[in-house]
Write a protein that binds this ligand. Sequence first.
Ligand SMILES: [Mn+2]
Length: 476
Amino acid sequence: MAAFWSMGPGTFEVPMSLFAKNRQRLSEKLQSGQIVLLQGGEDISHYDTDIQYVFRQEAYFTWLCGVKEPGCYFALDVKTKKAHLFVPHLPDEYEVWMGKLLTCDQFKKIYAVDEVHYVEELASVLKSLNPEALLTLTGPNTDSGLTAKEAVFEGIDEFTVDNETLFPIIAELRVIKTPEEIEVMRYVCKVSSDAHKQVMLYAKPGLKEYQCESVFLDHCYRIGGCRHVSYTCICGSGQNAATLHYGHAAAPNSKIIEDGDLCLFDMGGNYAGYAADITCTFPGNGKFTNDQKLVYEAVLAARDAVVREAKPGVLWTDMHLTANRSMLQHLKDGGLLLGDVEEMIENGVNAILQPHGLGHLIGLDVHDVGGYLPHCPPRPEGPLARLRTARRLQAGMLLTIEPGCYFIDKLLDRAKANPTQARFFDWSRVEKYRGCGGVRIEDDVLITENGVENFTFVPRTVAEIEEHMANGANFK
Ligand SMILES: [Mn+2]
C-alpha cells in the first residue's frame, strides 16, 4: 500500500510520493557527485523548563521528506537518487515516557525512503557515498530577515561543503507547487473556509473575540485534523480591526464585540505543514450599516479586480496598484475621497488607507519563500517596498490576495497634516470612520494557465454575508 500521512479517517491523506516528487525535481537541478544535506528542526523548551513546545518541523525539511520527528537529518544523493533519513538513536528508557520506539525499518516504510540510519552514523554513511560536495542550505528569509539554519554535524570538516548552490534552487522550487501540493493546499483552505463560516454563524454582540477564535480552532482541529494554525489568530472587532497584528500576547483577542462593530478575523489552519491564510470581515450583529457597506464593497472591488486580472506574466506590483485603484475609485464614488485616482496614488493616499502589500506567496510557510530571489525583480523602493514579492506571476504559484482599508488614527493624522494628501479626503465624512477599525478581505488563490483558481469558499458579498449570518446566533 502506498505510504501516506493523515490525521485519520475523514482527513486528507498526504502521499509520501509528494515529497519523492520534490526530491526528483531537486535532483534534476543538481549534478551527480553532489549530496544534499538538510538538518531538521529541534525540540524547543519553554525557557529553562522541561516542558516543550509541540514540535513543528522546519519547512525546507518538510518539503524534502515530510518527516515529522525532531532531531533528524536527511541526505539526497544526486548520483543514485537515493534518499537517506537519519533519526536520533533514543535510549530505551524513552519508551516509558514517549511510547514504543520506531525501528529504522519502520521509519523506512512510514516515509517511503531508501535508507534509514541513526544520526550517529551520519559521517560514516556520507563518507561511504564519497560525495564531491555536500550541499547545505543557508540563505536569507526576506520577510523575517532571519537566516535558514545550515546543517552541521561532528566530522563535517572532512567534507567539501558548498552552502551557496542549494538555497536559490530549492527556494525557487518551493514557489511553484506540484499538483500533489496543490491538493493539500486545497484541503487546508477548504477546512479553514468552513471554520470561518462556523465563526460567522456563532458570532454576535456580547461575545468576547477569543470565543470566536476558539470556534475557528475547534473546527480546524476537530473536523479538519489541523493541530496547528499557521499564525496567531487575529480577531479584531471595532477599533481593533485597524490593528494589523492584533491578537498578540498583550492584546489577546479579549475585547467584547459590541453591537455595530465590524469583525475582522484573519485566521488560517495548517495541515501537514501547509498553511492557509484567510480573512473575513463581517458585522458582529449580522447587518452592515451603509457606512460599513461602502468601505466593505470598496475592498471587495479591489479583490475582484485582482481575481479578474491576475494570470501568468502579470507583475505582482501591478496587481497591487490595480487593487488600490479599484478601492480608491469606489471610495471616491461613495463620496469619501475627492479628486483624481492616479493623483491619489502619486501622493500616497493608497498607503494611508492600506499600509500593507496586496498579498504574498503561501505554502509551507504562511509568508512563503522565494519573494526576492537573486533572479527576481528586487524589492521596490518607496511606497511599494512593503510588498513581500515583486515577481511576475507564474502558473503553479499560490498567493494571498488581501486588499484592505483601515482607519488608523496615526496615518489619518499624518494625511490631514500633509496638504498634498489632505485635499483628497472629505474630512467631514472620513472623521466619522475613526474608531470603526477597518476591512480586509483575504483569499488564497492558485495561479493557473488562464488566470486564478480561488481556494477560498466563504460568503463574500454583503448579501451573502448577511444571508449566511441570518442562520446564526444573531437571528435565532
Ligand atoms: Mn496574509
